[in-house]
Design a binder for this molecule. Structure first.
Ligand code: XMP
Length: 512
């Protein structure tokens, strides 16, 4: 195991990604919780992340001194290098605000860190961070690499296995960075890289059994990958002590309910309560046009319906959720100040307290693509595992203005044609998310010899790594033209199609 101490860099999560890609398990903890975590986790090595502050500012964060006393290998990146140098008796000159830039480092000495990657005397491109700079190295350290502006770009104490880098090896702009991290993990920390999804599956199953005992678990399925994978894993651990509840709010994609029911009842034989609550949801949403009101109404109803169903089956001691690592990570990067609510996300928050249940969250330590891997390991069909994310409030937020069954039908059909086109052209896996939106306006068209007056469908497709930022996807025009023609021909009620070319920011991915 490796512990990553987070000082608030925007890219700390990437360090974790790189380490896990090497098959080694790691966890990120904020610097102020690092001491506790270190004692508990007993990691084989520590990585100190970058961060926005200057080591010189009073009260700027430090790594727990006990890490250096413990004898484990340490790699300090950017701010991590500076605080390591300062804490081990070197001198650091302070600080402008940090900025980044491309630079070449020249390798000045042999190092286990560069083994089979960089040779002595070579120059190599890196993504440098400028802010503080070291003016005197701590005792025991020597220079392993320099850059035109940084005589101490890479410092090391090979005896104690300490390495300090002024650049970011975790970002793609440092082309060999992943290999350097691999050397640290494998050659320096001596970890074997045998952390696999199979191992994770076994470990988690044991943990779930221990946590749950003879208790009953209830799991809300959304139709998405995360809750499905969580449910299948938990079922493998505790069998029919698990009951799944699938609340169909009438805002799902075409055939979605059927897919979920088939998967659970027929593919896996997992007990599933399928609640058709569409009347209730669509009834209460009638005439509601404000996006936030829609979201809040759906969130509230979801809790109410779920609670009723849970009572019917005699309640449960635990609630299972498909919470992922990016949702729980207590990263310093995101505590920068008050943030405004852009959208009220619908999830089942509030349920555990209301129903007095404890949480089972077996995916808390995984990233999205790792959940997909685990899903494959558990035998979920590819078509399910690779699906684009779908928001809890469903089609309600893809139907601006008021929602009616007719509009939802049109939207579902248009969306299905669009996705079919994307799959046929082999583009599905290049896209983070693609979907259709039904605009609340009608426009005039001509079809055959007649006038039409029908709805407009908006098409959206974006690339993204985490949904936080996104670029619109650059289809070729021929694809868009063909898709528009198919939608207008195959879906009654639509006579015009437009493509959304807004990135996030300034747009959001969903339209509401
Ligand atoms: P936005 O529209 O905020 O969406 O750019 C970012 C990502 O989050 C998804 N999304 C949701 N997911 N409950 C969810 O589970 C929600 O209420 C919700 N709203 C948006 C959206 O589909 C995109 O992937």
């Amino acid at each position: 195991k490796i512990l990553i101490v987070d000082f608030g860099s925007q890219v700390t999560q990437l360090i974790a990604r790189r380490v896990r890609e090497d098959g080694v398990y790691c966890e990120i903890v904020p610097f102020n919780k690092a001491e506790e975590a270190f004692k508990e986790m007993k990691p084989k090595a520590v990585i100190l992340s970058g961060g926005p502050e200057s080591v010189h500012e009073a009260g700027s964060p430090r790594a727990p001194q006990l890490i250096f006393a413990s004898g484990v290998p340490v790699m300090g990146i950017c701010y991590g290098q500076m605080t390591m140098a300062a804490q081990l008796g070197g001198e650091v000159e302070g600080g402008h605000h940090r900025e980044f830039g491309r630079a070449d480092v020249e390798v000045k000495a042999d190092s286990k860190l560069f083994e089979d990657v960089w040779s002595s005397g070579s120059k190599n491109q890196v993504w440098m961070s400028h802010g503080d700079r070291i003016t005197r190295m701590p005792p025991g350290f020597s220079v392993a690499g320099t850059s035109p502006n940084a005589p101490f770009a890479i410092i090391q104490d090979e005896k104690r296995k300490y390495y300090g880098l002024m650049f970011h090896p975790e970002v793609v702009h440092t082309p060999d960075g992943a290999k350097l991290i691999r050397n640290f993990v494998r050659k320096i920390a001596g970890l074997t890289g045998d952390w696999t999804m199979r191992a994770f599956r076994e470990e988690e199953i044991a943990k779930i059994r221990q946590q749950v005992g003879k208790g009953k678990v209830i799991c809300g399925l959304s139709g998405g990958v995360d809750s499905a994978v969580a449910a299948v894993l938990i079922h493998e651990a505790i069998g029919d002590q698990l009951t799944c509840v699938f609340v169909d709010h009438g805002l799902l994609r075409l055939d979605e309910a059927k897919t979920v029911v088939d998967l659970f009842r027929h593919h896996y034989n997992i007990p599933l309560v399928h609640v058709d609550a569409s009347k209730q949801f669509l009834g209460e949403l009638e005439g509601v046009t404000d996006p936030e009101t829609k979201r809040k109404t759906i969130g509230r109803l979801f809790i109410e319906v779920f609670e009723q169903e849970a009572k019917k089956i005699g309640g449960a001691d635990f609630l299972a959720q498909g919470t992922l690592y990016p949702d729980v990570i207590e990263s310093v990067s995101f505590t920068g100040g008050p943030s405004v609510t852009i959208k009220s996300h619908h999830n089942v928050g509030g349920l555990p307290e209301r129903m007095n249940m404890k949480l089972v969250e077996p995916l808390r330590e995984l990233f999205k693509d790792e959940v997909r891997k685990l899903g494959r390991e558990l035998g979920l069909p590819e078509i399910f595992v690779g699906r684009h994310p779908f928001p809890g409030p469903g089609l309600a937020i893809r139907c601006p203005g008021d929602i009616t069954r007719d509009k939802l039908d049109i939207l579902r059909k248009a969306d299905a044609v669009y996705i079919d086109q994307i799959r046929k052209h082999g583009l599905y896996d290049d896209i983070w998310q693609a979907f259709a939106v039904l605009l609340p306006v009608k426009t005039v068209g001509v079809m055959g010899d007649g006038r039409t007056y029908d709805y407009v469908v908006g098409l959206r497709a974006v690339t993204s790594t985490d949904g936080m930022t996104a670029d619109f996807y650059q289809f070729d025009m021929k694809f868009l033209g063909e898709t528009a023609t198919r939608i207008i021909n195959e879906v009654k009620g639509v006579n015009r199609v437009v493509y959304d070319v807004t990135s996030k920011p300034p747009g959001t991915i969903e339209w509401e």
